[in-house]
Ligand binder design. Structure first.
Ligand code: CA
Length: 663
């Protein structure tokens, strides 16, 4: 999602409106409802509908035989219930039927809505479906679980879009662009290289982070052959999967079964599934399911009554209000329990309040201690929510079990995200050394890191490395490949690949949790398009022939991931360990960082690891303590098993490369 620096977000004057002028002050007095039977519950007595809409004058349930293009077969007036609810019950279980609610407020009947808790939907999600949910479970679902992690820092995150990953003919995958693509094994590129799950296994990532996979608005599910593309940051039904990723959007069970099969296949391969969730805004304002259910309540407004817009997408939700907070918490709990999701990435997390995020993390940990949560610790515009309450990256230490993306390491290593030509540490621009060091220590306090020289943040905002996600590219902005092409004019592809290796070597050896964008390991690009959210496949699809063309690049990334996974020294879990075990060397040359990880850190078999990053265009002569060292990385090559031996003394670190030694 589009983003600003957290610092910029903080810089907005908090618009403290006097309560009496605030149109949102009315909502505090609305009754709230905490029952687990909202909207639809099937039991032995029949089908029960419960809609929360305190200000409604009347609510009707409409029952349909089909998911669209048909008149209702039954209209049921709901009766006022407790705590702002409306209720209706039917003494039959209406499996196979569809339903909507129609709310009347102030004498006006609003458009029909499937509600906010539709768990199964038909084409384009306009009608909710009544299905036998347990029947959607794949065989062996009771025993299914994702990887068990002690700490998020043990994860290697791989961010992908379903369509990017499999739509190209070169994927060799049958169910291109679908959930089922991630169930296929033994798929190959035309050159015979592994694709799909086998590729992920070969690369060694621990988790795929899938871009929004709930039912979103933009792709017309009734017209799939038109090959529309969208990232999916336009939520419609938060609790049902997106139909365009299923083989049959009209069949409400297909998208559910197929998404579960995807999760199971990934789990069977030892890979976890992180879901990108976008509770911070909805695709529509007045036409959203929130607005058609309880108009006004779920959003923040400006003093003039208009929608506040911290998302930059037209509105922002109000997690600080009880029913919105409950919705977010219960929704992620639902995905964790029903779909066995292993982690959640919160889009524009700082639109949410700290208290909500703490409740999210605490409730998820009760379901599965291995579940983790991370998010974008910034907003895309100002919000009435005071900065001190926002789930900003600078507030991450007030949130237990939540991590934030480090825009510090991102921009310092590769150059500024929004200025295409800007270079960073890995591409020869001096002045970013201290911010890269901030990244290396995961924004924790370290006696040798001077936060006053940080580019994006001026203090050690993380209390532990488990609070930081390190990255140099994601779906947003230019891919690393495109960023290097734009910021290194006149360079050869080999030079750019070398810069990518250095950049990712910094990320994957830093404390915190590494995150990478799918296809980067084979040097995929997006033809220079930075905001490809609705660009065609010709821009977004991964060309799997690159795996052969850029085989050396792939092998480097694979070895880099193996290095990290085999060595706990890169995965410390406390700020104290980092401060004690990481020692920076005094270096006066620009674009060079040299440091050691000592003391068999975090139980590592290596007593000491020496890392020297040379982002300059000239060779750097490093002073290495004398002794017997194994060379792990040198001159654009890397192998955890060693590339040779060294005796210390002085060693030349080639331009744009990392030297890593171990003993
Ligand atoms: Ca949809």
């Amino acid at each position: 999602m589009k983003h600003l620096f957290a610092a910029v977000a903080l810089g907005f004057a908090a618009t403290t409106t006097m309560a009496q002028n605030n149109p949102d002050s009315q909502y505090a007095s609305w009754p709230t409802y905490s029952g687990d039977d909202l909207e639809l519950k099937i039991d032995k007595h029949g089908t029960n509908f419960t809609l929360w809409s305190p200000k409604a004058d009347a609510v009707q349930v409409r029952i349909y035989d089909t998911d669209r293009n048909s008149a209702p077969v039954r209209l049921i007036d709901m009766a006022r219930g407790d705590n702002g609810t409306w209720r209706a019950s039917i003494p039959e279980r209406l499996y196979g039927k569809f339903y909507t609610f129609a709310v009347t407020i102030d004498g006006k009947q609003l458009d029909e809505t499937p509600g906010i808790w539709a768990k199964a939907v038909g084409t384009n999600g306009h009608r909710a479906a009544i299905i036998d949910m347990p029947a959607t479970n794949p065989a062996g679902w009771d025993q299914d679980h994702g990887p068990r992690l002690d700490n998020i820092t043990d994860a290697v995150l791989y961010e992908m879009h379903h369509r990017d990953f499999s739509i190209d003919p070169s994927s060799g995958i049958v169910h291109k662009g679908k959930f089922l693509a991630l169930t296929e094994r033994d798929t190959k590129s035309p050159e015979g290289r592994a694709t799909g799950i086998d590729h992920l296994k070969e690369l060694g990532v621990t988790h795929v982070h899938i871009l929004p996979s709930y039912d979103y608005n933009s792709v017309d599910e009734a017209n799939l052959p038109s090959n529309q593309y969208n990232w999916g940051y336009d939520p419609y039904n938060y609790n049902a999967p997106e139909g365009s990723y299923s083989t049959d959007p009209a069949d409400p069970t297909a998208r559910i079964c197929e998404m579960k099969e995807m999760v199971k296949a990934l789990h069977d391969a030892g890979i976890g599934v992180v879901m990108d969730v976008v509770y911070n805004h909805t695709a529509d304002n007045d036409a959203s399911n929130f607005s058609l259910t309880a108009p006004g309540y779920f959003y923040r407004h400006r003093p003039d009554g208009s929608y506040s817009d911290a998302s930059g997408c037209g509105n922002e939700t109000a997690s600080d209000r009880q029913m919105m907070r409950d919705f977010i918490v219960n929704s992620v709990k639902y995905w964790a329990k029903e779909y066995h999701i292993d982690g959640f990435r919160f889009d524009l997390m700082a639109i949410h309040d700290i208290e909500t995020m703490n409740e999210v993390a605490a409730e998820l940990k009760k379901i599965n201690p291995s579940i983790f949560v991370y998010g974008e610790g910034w907003t895309a515009g100002d919000s009435p929510l005071p900065a001190e309450r926002r789930a900003l990256k600078e507030n991450v230490d007030k949130m237990k079990g939540i991590a934030v993306f480090s825009d510090d390491i991102r921009d310092a290593v590769k150059g500024h995200y929004s200025n295409a030509e800007d270079r960073g540490f890995a591409t020869g621009k001096p002045g970013n050394e201290e911010t890269v060091k901030i990244g290396i220590v995961a924004s924790t306090a370290h006696p040798q890191v001077d936060y006053s020289k940080g580019n994006n943040s001026k203090f050690a905002y993380a209390g532990a490395p488990t609070e930081i996600i390190n990255y140099v590219s994601c779906h947003d902005d230019l891919t690393l490949t495109d960023k290097l092409a734009k910021s290194m004019p006149g360079s050869t592809e080999a030079e750019r690949q070398r810069a990518a290796r250095l950049a990712q070597t910094i990320v994957f050896t830093s404390q915190g949790t590494p995150f990478m964008f799918a296809g980067e390991e084979i040097f995929r690009d997006k033809k220079g398009v930075h905001n490809s959210y609705k660009s065609p496949d010709s821009v977004n699809a991964i060309d799997w022939s690159l795996k052969t063309k850029n085989a050396d690049q792939f092998n480097y990334y694979r070895n880099l991931i193996r290095l990290r996974k085999e060595h706990p020294a890169f995965r410390m879990t406390t700020a104290e360990e980092i401060a004690k075990n990481i020692v920076f060397d005094k270096v006066s040359s620009p674009n060079v960082i040299s440091y050691s990880i000592r003391n068999n850190a975090n139980g590592d078999e290596w007593k000491e690891i020496k890392l020297v990053f040379n982002g300059s265009t000239t060779p750097f002569t490093a002073k290495i303590p004398k002794g017997n060292w194994t060379i792990i990385a040198r001159d654009g090559e890397l192998n955890p098993d060693g590339l040779g031996e060294a005796k210390g003394g002085t060693m030349v670190v080639a331009p744009t490369s990392a030297l890593i030694l171990a003993r």
